[in-house]
Design a protein around this ligand. Structure first.
Ligand code: C2E
Ligand code: MG
Ligand code: MG
Length: 701
């Protein structure tokens, strides 16, 4: 062998080796490798490609695909795209398409390919590599799906969402944000988040942002934000850090409009602290403010406050007689007038019923309080126009000028109450400034009230009897029963003192029943002892609370029956003012009593409201002229004119008249001259206990 031949052999063997190497690379390559005709027929394919497409050998693949465009590509147009791109650029890189495998499975592939030309420059074939990217593609698709979902969630969320970057600039907002804050996406993008913050809250907001970033998780709070128009919105906000690779890139703020709930909460708390009728602060809020005033006065030597307790005169009567609608309107108008008398720092509250209270703050002199009270008093005395009715009310005021050291709210309120109570005792439309002496007076009253509850059981009540005489024949007509209370400590207590308490507490109903029974029993006794025929009468005072008792008429009927008294022997004395306050219901009840046959008298006539026009509508038999006209301090000549007028009026209406309080002979002469029917008074006898009354009867037998 020549050297040349040897070299040729060597080259041949080298070539064979290279061929074998390339074949091995071709056969064992991870990527699929192919060569196709420009029409799309496989000329060559490696095992990897066969496997990618689901074939067991390359031969099988070569036989199977005769037309790649229609057999391989799920979307045949993809092959056209491939041809277009490779023709234009001479190659394709990362060309992705969906292809169908042998078993029908659809996978994603990515192709790199180039054009191969022959020596003449004509397109010979395409060759390239294929990678199965199905997994990556699926992951990408899943990611894209998620992105779309999140975008939809962001766009359509009912929560207003804003994304800000770490420097606080607004990156994106959703529709709900546009709607809630009034900004369009274009307007607000790029602006700083503080655009919607409330300026004086900035410090809190920085702290809120810091917390979100430091904690790295969501943080919520309720706060206010500024609308584009400038008004504030109540919102709940959830701040959430956005992280990429563990690093915080910005914050999502999700807002919910809670204005409605806040308004509702505000209303609820307003309701809890305000009186629903008048809108004034109620007792709880009043106490809160009082406690604050007390605290302030402890801290500041120059701070004075004053508390005024106000009770509306005649309110109960107006409410009972005209109805609650009128009462409510009156309270509303009263509250408005009171509120007009105070300064913005003061408080006027309705503590309940017809009870109002005021705290005056930052006072420099007690005179200021008195001036305000006088103003209130005057305003309360002006007539109120309620449903076109003129109503005159007035109020009593109890004032605590300065709080004593160490006194709490209860103490101050109690003292104001005491002063008010003392003002009421003076009469209507008065005011009293609290002093320590008042306290013992009130304690006494409270004791009386307590003891009165036991008085009936303890048999401390007794009836006295004051005789009544006929002026025409000087005969003893009968007696008025007058209640006496033998108090174990205070001795005999006047009915003027304890009857009002009994009325207030409602005890009068049971006491009144006892009086009626006791007086009737006594009358029967006298008859049994002294007379064969019923001729004496007994007058019993009836309080307004008793008249309101729905069983009262029944009770009276029962008493007549039980003690076998002729109805005309029982005279019921009803005070004028009671009857006149509620004309309609008084008329009804008096009618029912009248049907029983008892005698009805209007007591203390001339002192009350006296709507004379109603008098003839009442089924009454007697008028009792109040003693102030007969023997009172004011019984001057003018009062005799009144007596004369009352007598004339009674004549006209066919009523009889009793004059009470006859103390002097001259008065008796006058009354005789005016032809008064009956008289009663100290001139004849003081009220007597039962034994003394017996003696008196014997004298007149
Ligand atoms: P009233 O019904 O007008 O009774 C007359 C009052 O005048 C009695 O006072 C009587 O003692 C007094 N009086 C009678 N004559 C004279 C007189 O010549 N001069 C003076 N200065 N006073 C005279 P009393 O007993 O203190 O009763 C006061 C009021 O208490 C009664 O006024 C009546 O409204 C009420 N009251 C008394 N007992 C009862 C009762 O059982 N039930 C009710 N609801 N009220 C009663
Ligand atoms: Mg009387
Ligand atoms: Mg009287």
């Amino acid at each position: 062998m020549t050297t040349n031949q040897n070299e040729i052999e060597l080259i041949k063997s080298e070539l064979e080796k290279v061929k074998a190497d390339f074949k091995s690379i071709f056969d064992n390559a991870v990527e699929g490798i192919f060569r196709t005709t420009p029409e799309g027929t496989y000329l060559m394919a490696n095992l990897s490609l066969a496997k990618i497409y689901g074939f067991s050998s390359k031969e099988e693949l070569l036989v199977f695909f005769s037309d790649i465009k229609n057999q391989l590509y799920v979307n045949p147009c993809r092959r056209d795209d491939f041809i277009r791109e490779i023709t234009q650029k001479g190659l394709v890189q990362g060309f992705e398409s969906e292809v169908r495998c042998k078993d029908g499975r659809i996978i994603w592939i990515s192709e790199n390919a180039r054009v191969v030309y022959d020596d003449t420059g004509r397109l010979k074939y395409y060759e390239g590599t294929v990678v199965d990217i199905t997994q990556r593609k699926q992951a990408e698709l899943a990611l894209e799906e998620q992105r779309v979902y999140f975008q939809q969630l962001f766009d359509n969320s009912p929560m207003a969402i804003v994304l800000i970057n770490i420097s606080g600039q607004i990156i994106n907002i959703n529709d709900a944000f546009e709607y809630l804050f009034g900004y369009s996406r274009n307007e607000i993008s790029g602006l700083y988040n503080r655009t919607i913050l409330v300026p004086h809250d900035l410090l809190h907001e920085i702290e809120f942002m810091r917390k979100i970033i430091m904690d790295g998780k969501s943080v919520t709070k309720e706060t206010k934000r500024k609308h584009k128009q400038g008004h504030l919105l109540d919102v709940s906000v959830l701040g959430y850090p956005t992280k990429i690779n563990g690093h915080i890139h910005g914050i999502f703020y999700c807002y919910r409009d809670i204005s409605e709930r806040k308004l509702y909460e505000k209303q609820l708390s307003h309701q809890a602290l305000h009186d629903s009728l008048t809108g004034l602060p109620n007792r709880s809020l009043f106490r809160e403010r009082l406690d604050r005033a007390i605290e302030r006065s402890k801290r500041r030597a120059d701070y004075y406050f004053s508390v005024i307790m106000i009770d509306i005169d005649r309110f109960k009567r107006i409410n009972d007689s005209l109805g609650h609608q009128y009462g409510d309107q009156l309270l509303i108008q009263i509250s408005q007038r009171l509120a007009n008398c105070i300064r913005s720092m003061d408080t006027v509250a309705r503590l309940g019923g017809d009870e109002f209270a005021v705290i005056l703050e930052e006072l420099s002199h007690p005179r200021e309080v008195i001036e305000i009270v006088m103003r209130m008093k005057q305003l309360m005395e002006k007539p109120f126009d309620i449903f076109n009715h003129q109503i005159i009310s007035g109020a009593s005021f109890g004032v605590v000028l300065k709080n004593q050291e160490g006194q709490d709210g209860d103490h101050i309120l109690r003292n104001a109450d005491i002063a008010m109570y003392c003002a009421k005792e003076l009469g209507q439309g008065c005011f009293k400034v609290f002093n320590k002496k008042m306290h013992s007076k009130v304690i006494e009253r409270m004791e009386i009230e307590n003891d009165l509850r036991q008085a009936l059981q303890n048999k401390e009540l007794e009836l006295y009897y004051q005789p009544i005489f006929s002026l025409s024949n000087n005969d003893l007509e009968g007696f008025e029963s007058l209640l006496r209370w033998h108090h174990p400590r205070y001795g005999m207590i006047s009915p003027n003192k304890f009857i009002p308490i009994a009325e207030e507490t409602g005890l009068i109903v049971s006491i009144g029943k006892w009086v009626l029974a006791e007086a009737s029993h006594q009358l029967k006794q006298w008859e049994n002892h002294f007379y064969s025929q019923p001729c004496l009468s007994i007058s019993v005072n009836i309080s307004c609370k008793q008249l309101k008792d729905p069983y009262f008429v029944e009770y009276v009927a029962g008493i007549l029956d039980q003690y076998q008294i002729k109805p005309y022997q029982l005279k019921l004395e009803i005070t004028e003012s009671i009857v006149m306050i509620d004309v309609k219901s008084s008329k009804e009840i008096l009618m029912k009593l009248k049907q029983l046959g008892v005698i009805l008298m209007i007591d203390d006539f001339g002192t009350g409201y006296s709507s004379l026009k109603y008098l003839h509508e009442f089924p009454v038999d007697y008028l009792k002229i109040d003693r102030s006209f007969v023997s009172g301090r004011s019984s001057k000549d003018g009062n005799w004119e009144i007596v004369k007028t009352i007598l004339a009026l009674a004549r006209n209406l066919g009523l009889k008249v009793v004059a009470e309080g006859v103390e002097k002979q001259t008065q008796l002469i006058q009354l005789k001259q005016y032809e008064c029917d009956e008289v009663q008074g100290f001139l004849f006898s003081k009220p007597l206990n039962c034994d003394d009354a017996n003696i008196l009867i014997q004298r007149y037998l």
